[in-house]
Design a protein around this ligand. Sequence first.
Ligand code: GAF
Length: 383
Amino acid sequence: MTDVPSRAAAGFSSAFGAQPAGLWAAPGRVNLIGEHTDYNDGFVLPFALPHRVVVAAAARPDTRWRVWSEQTGETVEFGAAEADDPGRVEGWAGYVAGVVWTLRSKGYEVPGADLAVASDVPAGAGLSSSAALESAVLTALADLGDLSVPVDERPGLAQRAENDYVGMPCGIMDQSASIRAVAGHALFLDCRTLAIEQIPFDVATSGLAVLVVDTRAPHRHAGGEYASRRRACEEAAALLGVPALRDVDDLDKALATLSDDVMRRRVRHVVTENQRVLDTVALLRSGRVREIGPLLTASHASMRDDFEITVPEVDLAVSTALSAGAYGARMTGGGFGGCVLALVDATETERVAAAVATAYAGRGFIEPVWFAARPGAGAERVR
Ligand code: GAF
């Protein structure tokens, strides 16, 4: 199969009958650790995938946008009136219109454009295909219009497109990973100050691999459940009298203050998960990669028991990977399906993946898909 940039370029030519002015790419991500901590002003440690959304684009002389998608084969067209009206453009093109909206509403003179989108980021797998689309479009429009949008402000702009145009109350992790990642590194992000540190994460030199298993479990009520977790965290912070759960520094005292058991467990997940991110970063900084395994596994238990965002397929993939010898394993992403990552000896990757597939067959689950993930680059112009 032709590579993704070539598919985007070919799609552009056939949809718009011209050559694109350039090609821009932005990756999906795997979150190594730090789940549902971003909107609690906490810490996250994602890395970019080699899988990317590629946008072939050219400016237009007017303020209209036409977007062709390889996935649906359709072209959606909208103008300034639709872009300026959050929610008006629906479906996948809403992410594109949201980026136009977020830039325009900040005063940038966004050029009209034709855009063709191709991607090898698995959609609906919790690997941030939507953040990759937003990030690729934002990077393309900023370049095409010669807009001086500071790189450290781009993730927040893309997040705003998703929050306020599309209506998904996500945090800032995915857009940050897609825009600010550096190949060979994990991105340690403080979601309050937006300070970042690139943590070397070249697992191959340690003889290790990050096995990613797409459980292909159908997302169950993911949107509503995500929003309700976020709400519970905000309510808990208000009850505890702190700006965000990141500010809870005495967990026992906080748990004793709260009367609702579900809320207590939500708080415990966030507070302990933040600490696990810091502990993981400390280990990686001193090159002790294998030792992060137990932290990954503890993160999974916390998501399963306290935050209650896992599903049977995900739990089975984690427990099977661990029984097959993984150093640690956890669900990655927002939850209710999606992917699991496992830290394994590189030579054992296939065997562990096969063990998960066998366990799935035994339970009658859909056959999972797997790959070994190496940290890729953030958003960039590719041609
Ligand atoms: C989704 C969201 F988009 C992120 O902001 C983050 O909250 C994640 O779920 C959970 O860690 O990917």
